[in-house]
Design a protein around this ligand. Structure first.
Ligand SMILES: Nc1ncnc2c1ncn2[C@@H]1O[C@H](COP(=O)(O)OP(=O)(O)OP(=O)(O)O)[C@@H](O)[C@H]1O
Ligand SMILES: [Mg+2]
Length: 329
């Protein structure tokens, strides 16, 4: 199948001007300003097919929003190529936006002073959506997300969660093939998060909308995405399906021990090595299910050390991703 998003060696550097201090400095800055470059995205490549759900994750400042801004045509890449549904986003922005929906959790795309329904109506006109499908979509989405009562309220009066739901509906009025979401669940309570996740899953399965999502909440990823791309300081460091990631990294478990008597470090290390496990800290052992069972490990440790309590933990996605970062370092 032909990919609908193709990104090759994408790079973005921002030119940042240095500011000199004081009045004299500001005056001098008028004539000549020193600058440096911040490399936000470096040589990133990937291809995405129709209907995929991608979690694009990374730490603060990793380059996620910069990537989304380039994919949506807001920013020009410094180097590299982007092709989305046969178009180059920053060159053919007007036609490109017909195919995509965009939601930035940090800031609304709606007009602050007008009622939600008026904003929807405006978008209908901008995207030339026919009356019947417009009405169908608004009715359907409003019902699922429970925003019927909000339609006549000015956007500025909405709570964060209410605004987010309206932003999401707004981004979907023109039935885009791809939906870009930059931290859509930031600051939302658990029930709104739950609703949004269910909504996005449903959208992907019924309309085959491709979803490209950034988030710091890895539960969003577990729930919505089948594939994850991890970036770190602008570089892509992982690209694979969620099931691969669980298979490759998730066969690990943690045994957290409360020692009644602190063991001698080498003594503990010897036992840990025997099971090809490793120490996370002085009382946490990371071991692989393929090498040993939890019961075997626990019984050996109970015999050998003075232990008052213990806890067994499965590695969740947060832990797995943390491990991938650490491995990269
Ligand atoms: N307009 C800009 N001018 C200069 N530097 C910028 C600009 N926008 C972003 N950056 C820098 O580029 C890097 C990547 O920023 P970006 O916003 O893409 O990160 P992010 O992965 O979205 O982070 P977060 O999780 O905090 O949203 C950061 O070092 C940031 O400071
Ligand atoms: Mg960001």
């Amino acid at each position: 199948m032909q990919p609908i998003i193709s990104v090759k060696n994408l790079t973005k550097s921002y030119k940042v001007f240095k500011r000199r201090e004081g009045v004299k400095g500001s005056f001098l800055d008028l004539f000549k300003r020193d600058y440096y470059f911040v490399e936000a995205v470096k040589n990133v490549s990937f291809e995405i097919e129709k209907g995929e759900t991608i979690g694009y994750i990374g730490t603060n400042g990793a380059g996620k929003s910069t990537t989304i801004k380039m994919l949506t045509g807001i920013l020009h890449p410094t180097e590299g190529e982007i092709n989305i549904l046969g178009r180059v986003p920053h060159k053919e922005r007007t036609t490109h936006v017909q195919n995509i929906g965009v939601v930035f959790g940090q800031r609304t795309q709606l007009w602050w002073d007008i009622a939600v329904v008026e904003a929807f109506n405006l978008l209908q006109k901008i995207y030339r959506v026919d009356e019947k499908s417009y009405k169908n979509r608004i009715d359907n989405f409003s019902e699922i997300l429970g925003i019927g009562e909000l339609l006549n309220i000015p956007v500025r009066k909405l709570s964060l969660g209410q605004r987010m739901k309206c932003d999401l509906v707004a981004s979907l009025i023109h039935n885009p093939k791809i939906l870009f979401l930059d931290e859509p669940t930031i600051g939302l309570d658990v029930s709104v998060k739950f609703k949004l996740r269910e909504f996005l899953k449903e959208l992907n399965s019924t309309e085959k909308t491709t979803i490209f999502l950034t988030t710091h909440d890895l539960v969003d990823i577990e729930e919505i995405c089948k594939r994850i791309i991890i970036i770190d300081k602008g570089h892509k460091i992982y690209d694979g399906t969620l099931s691969e990631i669980h298979k490759n990294f998730g066969g690990q478990r943690k045994l957290v021990l409360d020692f009644r008597e602190k063991p001698e470090k080498n003594h503990l290390l010897n036992f840990v090595k025997k099971f090809q496990a490793k120490l996370e800290d002085s009382h946490t052992i990371i071991f692989s299910q393929n090498v040993t069972s939890a019961s075997e490990l626990i019984s050996v440790f109970l015999q050998e050390f003075k232990i008052s309590d213990l806890k067994l933990k499965e590695m969740d996605l947060t832990e797995i991703v943390k491990n991938i970062y650490e491995k990269e370092k």
